[in-house]
Design a protein. Structure first.
Length: 171
């Protein structure tokens, strides 16, 4: 059995690593506390922030990656695009994708969306190329930012992805 010697160099590296880890942990906690304090305050069951269809209006940019599964074969998926919400439940946009080495650029799409008073909602992409695709969304009360995750379709062919979008223009 080999004996481990605590040389001054080994001790210095351990101390430095521990210090960096503690600083990173403190920064993470501070970031969590700051973001938690910036989150909408809830009073009982009623959130103080109120959202609706008009919360999402204007043009947003997004990008992300995930996994595409077709006929049981998984491939890397990357995408970027824009989406424009009308503030009344409809949207349209353009998306470019790369799936397993195949690129499709500037494909138009559109659909409908909902936004609940608690700033959650959903949207469905209606396409002539594939079955409708649905997402759950979570928006800031200002509507400047939202995140989403794909929830349907499920079955032999589907994508697994989640991303966020930032408003770049009011519409």
């Amino acid at each position: 059995m080999r004996k481990i010697v605590n040389s001054p160099r080994r001790i210095a590296i351990t101390v430095a690593t521990t210090a960096i880890t503690m600083i990173a942990a403190a920064a993470a906690v501070m970031g969590f506390v700051a973001s938690a304090s910036a989150a909408p305050r809830h009073t009982g069951n009623k959130p103080t922030a109120s959202c609706g269809l008009v919360t999402l209006r204007g043009t947003y940019l997004f990008h992300g990656d995930g996994t595409n599964v077709t006929a049981g074969v998984a491939s890397a998926l990357a995408y970027a695009g824009s989406i424009t919400f009308d503030g009344a439940g409809n949207f349209q946009g353009y998306i470019s994708t790369e799936v397993g080495g195949t690129v499709q650029s500037d494909r138009p799409y559109g659909g409908t969306y909902t936004v609940n008073s608690n700033c959650t909602g959903s949207y469905t992409v209606i396409s002539t190329v594939h079955v409708p695709v649905s997402f759950d969304l979570f928006t800031s009360s200002s509507g400047d930012y939202f995140t989403y995750v794909q929830t349907a379709p499920v079955g032999p062919d589907f994508d697994v992805d989640a991303t966020s979008a930032q408003r770049v223009a009011l519409g």
